[in-house]
Design a protein around this ligand. Structure first.
Ligand code: 5CU
Length: 375
């Protein structure tokens, strides 16, 4: 993938540090890690859509193992570096994987956030200039604890932002109580990496869902969740209220680039919004927000989706990612090349031309500029 004059930066790459895995091992409800007699490796069970399989496997040792194998790729720093080297990735901006600290008791969340963020910081220090990170927030904790955590992250040398799910304080990202948090994050010059976890309600997938593996929740549920979260923020005026807010959206913005025109049309054809004076002259459109306050990752696996993302936000706002350690190869060696990585790199080359200035920007230069990776 990389040549000597191409710097490749992976901004979408996760880890669960060992202390987090220990917490998952101690749990009996999702998210959890558990061993099953029918599988050689412990299983990592994260998603609501995996509950039916979990139930079956607990009652029947011949049932298929639920979730995904917890391989060394999830928690090992050496493995992350090996993955980077194998795929010629110069720099990674690592982040805790979902569901972050969303499930942690309010009284423990602040301390755990500090400890996890310090662990990420130490991992980056061991690989100076190759690793940076997006920190984790204790969203279940009281407001002061949350503010203190943002101040802590601001002081950590390798921290460039925060990874955030769509639930916010429990009511979504259009919750007015989140505004001071968004303001504090923006004032600290931290970029929010918005990532899905909750998907859509299980019944959307129908009674035959278990026949289709993880395809529907991951391919469709995750992107719709992101799209809905950002549309709600836009409609609530969050981007206008916090003009310095910068958000990097996972999976090329879900379906936002594709649906922005329809969202716009629904806004200016909406009698209620027009009557309330919300559609007047000078309104910043979804398109404006996409070009001014939003960045998109390039984790969409095809030039078709990538071109929509480029058209919507601009090639100077897209950043390459891998989603490691998710989507490992199923039939080849996990220590070798991952098709999930090459698909995303090929999509960039096909969309903007191999070795073009735009390709160099998307593969690394944009991330270096936007996330200040040379400082
Ligand atoms: O495979 C999956 O479930 C996931 C996940 O949970 N989180 C993620 O970032 N990618 C894939």
């Amino acid at each position: 993938m990389a040549t000597s004059n191409l710097t490749v930066v992976d901004i979408h790459t996760h880890m669960y540090p060992p202390q987090y895995i220990k917490i998952l091992e101690s749990r009996s409800t999702i998210p959890l890690v558990r061993k099953f007699p029918q599988a050689p490796e412990p299983r990592l069970i994260l998603l609501e859509s995996e509950l039916a399989d979990l139930e079956k496997a607990l009652n029947d040792t011949s049932a298929k193992p639920p979730g995904r194998p917890l391989t060394s790729h999830f928690a090992s720093l050496d493995q992350k570096i090996h993955f980077m080297d194998t795929h010629h990735i110069n720099i990674s901006v690592i982040s805790l994987a979902n569901p972050w600290l969303d499930f942690v008791d309010s009284s423990q969340a602040g301390e755990l956030a500090n400890s996890v963020n310090n662990e990420f910081s130490e991992m980056c220090a061991k690989h100076h200039r190759r690793l940076f990170f997006f920190g984790t927030l204790p969203l279940t904790a009281p407001l002061e604890t949350l503010q203190a955590s943002i101040s802590h992250l601001k002081g950590l040398k390798y921290c460039r932002g925060v990874i955030l799910g769509t639930s916010g304080l429990g009511k979504g990202l259009d919750d007015p109580n989140l505004l001071p948090i968004f303001e504090a994050i923006a004032a600290a010059h931290l970029t929010i990496f918005l990532h899905p976890h909750y998907g859509l309600p299980n019944q959307v997938w129908g009674p035959r869902a278990s026949e289709y593996g993880h395809v529907l929740p991951l391919a469709l549920g995750f992107p719709m969740e992101t799209t809905i979260a950002v549309a709600r923020m836009y409609l609530a005026g969050v981007f206008d209220k916090v003009r310095d807010l910068r958000m990097l959206l996972a999976h090329s913005g879900g379906t936002l680039p594709f649906l922005a025109g329809r969202i716009e049309s629904c806004i200016f054809h909406d009698g209620q919004l027009v009557q309330e004076g919300k559609v007047g002259k000078g309104r910043r459109t979804v398109w404006d927000v996409l070009k001014e306050q939003i960045y998109l990752d390039a984790v969409i696996y095809s030039e078709v989706g990538l071109k929509a993302a480029i058209d919507a936000s601009g090639s100077d706002r897209l950043m390459f990612g891998t989603d490691h350690p998710f989507f490992p190869p199923i039939t080849s060696d996990e220590q070798g090349q991952w098709e999930s990585v090459s698909l995303n790199a090929e999509a960039v080359a096909k969309a903007v031309g191999d070795s073009s200035a735009e390709a160099k920007a998307i593969m690394g230069a944009n991330a270096i500029r936007i996330l200040r990776l040379e400082e």
